[in-house]
Design a protein around this ligand. Structure first.
Ligand code: 8YV
Length: 313
């Protein structure tokens, strides 16, 4: 039964089946459909008790503070870097995520980008689609099987990527805040050393402390033969340095699902044939988004029946 007292704010669309369940149980306000968000906040801000948002979108403090009755920020995603957890805790607002269910999709996308980039698939497809195959001599690509892969971040996603890499007989090493001796892969304490020795540097770290770790000097260490793949967060990379390294062929190529200022991507990327680009799609499958949505529903239900949401961070 619809509890007319509970108002929710959605910052981005959810799968239809999830949206329908929200509609059936709550009063739903859709921020992404508003031409004048201020009106929504003025009229309903004091009533809104729950926000459903994405990992990259999160909720900024100014918006949080326009919602005085807020009890829960339910993230449909695993990243909490776009929510100020300290600020939320101070206001006694629960923050929840959707752990576990998107790991495989993100690792699959990481591999898709790796293969597409090393094999120059975007560039070759663009030639074919433009009808230029007959007159084009494409450069040879880079072999994928057996390469040296360096993974930054060895959480669930990093581990899933490494498991896939084993099937491709890659030589796997990783850098992370803490070594994980139970895992079979080689830990490298110095990120520059890791970048120097691998063919592909794969970024799979969380962005909780918000600062760029893949800097100009890390890209220089990766070098002109090295490729960079990012399925984590744009802000973990010095994007200007990445563009510069690509433009001047100081690295060989990049596969990117994430950017600093999404959904806006520096146009300079579009003209680089050695780059594969995706608009933050790593978890964007019907199956996974549905599972993520179910977890959001269970966290909201727990919160509004006075229980601790099961996926509270
Ligand atoms: C989603 C993400 O694309 O989990 C995350 O933190 O960034 C992605 O899986 C995002 O949450 C969209 O809902």
């Amino acid at each position: 039964m619809k509890d007319a007292l509970v108002h929710l704010l959605l910052t981005q669309p959810l799968p239809d089946a999830i949206d329908q369940q929200l509609e059936a149980n709550y009063v739903v306000h859709r921020l992404y459909q508003q031409t004048d968000p201020n009106r929504l906040f003025d009229e309903f801000g004091p009533l809104i008790q729950g926000v459903v948002t994405g990992g990259a979108k999160g909720l900024d403090n100014a918006t949080m503070d326009r919602l005085p009755a807020l009890k829960i920020i339910a993230i449909s995603g695993i990243g909490t870097d776009a929510v100020d957890l300290v600020h939320a805790a101070r206001r006694n607002i629960a923050v929840t995520t959707t752990p576990g269910v998107l790991t495989d999709d993100v690792a699959d996308m990481a591999f898709g980008l790796l293969i597409a980039t090393l094999r120059r698939m975007s560039e070759a497809e663009a030639v074919l689609r433009a009808g230029r195959w007959p007159q084009t001599q494409l450069p040879l690509a880079h072999k994928v099987t057996g390469i040296k892969l360096g993974i930054i971040g060895m959480g669930q996603v990093g581990t899933a990527i490494a498991r896939r890499a084993e099937a491709f007989r890659m030589e796997i090493s990783y850098h992370s805040r803490t070594p994980r001796p139970a895992l079979p892969w080689r830990f490298v304490e110095d990120l520059h050393a890791l970048a120097r020795e691998v063919d592909v540097l794969m970024l799979a770290a969380s962005a909780d402390d918000g600062k760029a770790i893949v800097t100009a000097s890390v890209l220089d260490a990766l070098g002109a033969e090295g490729f960079f793949i990012n399925i984590a967060r744009g802000k973990l990379v010095d994007e200007a340095a990445l563009l510069d390294a690509l433009k001047h062929q100081r690295i060989a190529g990049a596969g990117l699902d994430v950017f600093v200022n999404e959904p806006h991507v520096p146009e300079a990327f579009f003209t680089l044939p050695q780059v594969t680009l995706q608009p933050h799609r790593a978890s964007a499958t019907q199956q996974t988004r549905l599972e993520m949505g179910e977890i959001v529903l269970r966290n909201l239900a727990a919160c509004f029946s006075g229980e601790t949401p099961p996926d509270k961070v």
